[in-house]
Design a protein around this ligand. Structure first.
Ligand code: ZN
Length: 320
């Protein structure tokens, strides 16, 4: 049983002017929270990318273990389910008329002043196993984003945000963003309330101490907020991989692409591809804990600033 500080959380709002001449609400917290909880994060990262999880393929039965793991954590945290039992099932047609069932896992924290929704997401599926010697553990891709998302759930359950938040653990990303596409087109959420997607996919490998933020080409105001969140961090932020001429271009590389297709503002956080990407060597031992923990803190800090400035993010039209 985990316990959390229930001390009242005090927001101090400062108004400064950013480069667009707009008022920017900056947020600083005075709560004495242990964030991120390094022991929790690292133990869960190892557990979620262990051989026993068998690589978390949507096509293989063992993925049920990953789903149980996540739901047990959410129940333990005490966060509300956005759909019954946290599960949003969807059918994936297969050859020969067979169907496969994908399952998104959706938790919810109501905002204290708005029912507009920020979706914070990470895909929990990966590419499975060939045999007992060839298990694709997917520690970086994407146990890292999944466990970071659990840590965000813990934080925002204890510290209520201004806007409502859905914490989406998406399935079948590796099959073509299928879980995220199903979610954004489903009737479980009023699409007019979807105001921002913050997606995490591969956030633990600190090989270069660099983290990409993708999407600021379309929503430049978001860049200012990320710069604020990153200014007291050692991680070097890289903005890009989203212009039509960029190579690589990651605009549709992970679940945020499904939101972008629906014109929902997004930002995607992830590291560059590395030599263990989609290989059996993407294991937890390769993760740099200092980088991973700082990345989680940076993204949480960015989300706090997005939450305080959501009206500015949604007021500006996107580039094509
Ligand atoms: Zn991924």
């Amino acid at each position: 049983m985990k316990t959390y500080s229930l001390l009242p959380f005090i927001f101090i709002l400062l108004f400064v002017h950013n480069i667009f001449g707009q008022e920017v609400e900056q947020v600083s917290d005075t709560a004495t929270t242990n964030f991120p909880d390094s022991a929790y994060v690292m133990s869960k990262l190892y557990a979620f990318s262990a051989d026993s999880m068998q690589g978390r393929s949507t096509k293989q039965k063992a993925i049920s273990k990953s789903r149980k793991f996540l739901i047990d954590e959410l129940v333990d945290i005490g966060v509300a389910a956005y759909v019954p039992d946290y599960l949003q099932a969807f059918e994936i047609p297969q050859k020969k008329g067979d169907t496969l069932t994908g399952k998104n896992i959706l938790a919810y924290v109501e905002g204290f002043s708005s029912e507009q929704i920020i979706v914070i997401s990470a895909h929990y599926d990966h590419v499975g196993m060939k045999d007992s010697l060839n298990i694709f553990n997917g520690a970086d891709d994407n146990a890292s984003g999944t466990i970071a998302l659990l840590e965000m759930v813990k934080y925002f359950t204890a510290n209520q945000p201004e806007h409502s938040m859905i914490f989406a653990f998406f399935d079948a990303e590796e099959m073509g963003l299928l879980g995220a596409k199903y979610f954004v087109n489903s009737s479980v959420v009023d699409s007019s309330l979807l105001k921002l997607n913050v997606n995490m996919d591969m956030v633990a490998r600190g090989d270069k101490n660099e983290l990409y933020a993708v999407g600021t080409y379309f929503y430049p105001q978001i860049k200012t907020y990320i710069e604020q969140a990153a200014k007291d961090k050692s991680i070097k932020m890289i903005y890009g991989a989203d212009k039509p001429t960029d190579k690589p271009n990651w605009t549709y590389a992970s679940d945020h692409g499904a939101f972008h297709k629906q014109s929902v503002p997004f930002v995607y956080f992830g590291v560059d591809d590395h030599k263990d990407y989609h290989k059996i060597t993407d294991t937890a031992e390769k993760v740099n804990p200092d980088f991973y923990l700082e990345a989680i803190e940076l993204i949480r800090d960015a989300v706090l600033i997005f939450d305080a400035n959501l009206d500015v993010i949604t007021a500006n039209s996107r580039k094509k």
